[in-house]
Design a protein. Structure first.
Length: 241
């Protein structure tokens, strides 16, 4: 098991390659769990918009359809739309992604994530993540370690993270904190980079006989992110079949 996780870490550091400069860390992003529900179909809408500062109004909208092939493998297709202030919304990219659960390290579920993104009018990109998740009856803690690189000669691998921790506070309601940020490159690790962190809430309910999940929160800008915005509003909707 340790050998498998070590191999996955190498994959997540070498294969996992995302944009040389993410639009804004967490904008339209997801904090992935490390487990997969077999046979489950998910239709998800993820959105984020920046508030305050010169980039106020910049937003990202993603539509995703995913399927759990087995209890270990999940595949998905994603369409990404972006809108900058004063400009119309446009299709930015289309991507395919996969999650492979590789087991447990003590109480922590471990998975790897890979994505190929075809960028409209730009350089295609590869992205990978090492997904870690701890779950108990009340608590869910997730850490996604991210690395990415556009498919262009000389482009550096960019590192980042996404993390969340939440607890059940009522039936179908969870409250906690979420964070996204950059970690620089392998040659310049943890410089002054963009970070967003703030309260995050999750709701789960039944609608038309299906499970509807709602996630929303406001993340405050920290570090270099404060140069362009005050914060970020997030809203994710997911319907399970």
């Amino acid at each position: 098991m340790i050998r498998n996780i070590a191999a996955a870490a190498v994959l997540a550091a070498g294969l996992i390659i995302a944009p040389a400069a993410w639009a804004s860390h967490g904008l339209g992003g997801e904090i992935y769990g490390a487990t997969v529900e077999p046979g489950e179909i998910e239709v998800e809408m993820r959105s984020g918009i920046l508030t305050g500062g010169p980039d106020a109004g910049e937003n990202n909208f993603k539509l995703e359809v995913a399927y759990g092939i087995t209890g270990h493998t999940r595949i998905a297709a994603v369409a990404e739309f972006e809108k900058e202030p004063g400009s119309p919304r446009k299709l930015e990219a289309f991507s395919v992604e996969a999650i492979q659960n590789i087991g447990r390290l003590g109480p922590i579920d471990v998975a790897v994530y890979g994505e190929y993104e075809a960028v409209r009018g730009g350089t295609d990109e590869l992205e990978g993540k090492l997904l870690l998740e701890y779950r108990s009856r009340l608590t869910d803690i997730r850490v996604n370690l991210i690395a990415g690189k556009p498919l262009a000669s000389g482009a550096k691998v960019e590192l980042g993270y996404a993390a969340s921790a939440d607890v059940a506070v009522a039936e179908g309601v969870r409250a906690g904190v979420a964070a996204f940020g950059g970690l620089g490159t392998f040659s310049t690790f943890a410089p002054r980079d963009e970070h967003f962190i703030g309260p995050n809430f999750k709701f789960r309910t039944a609608t038309f006989g299906r499970t509807l999940k709602i996630e929303t929160g406001y993340l405050f800008a920290l570090g270099a992110a404060k140069d362009d915005a005050d914060g970020m509003v997030r809203l994710n909707l997911e319907l399970e079949f």
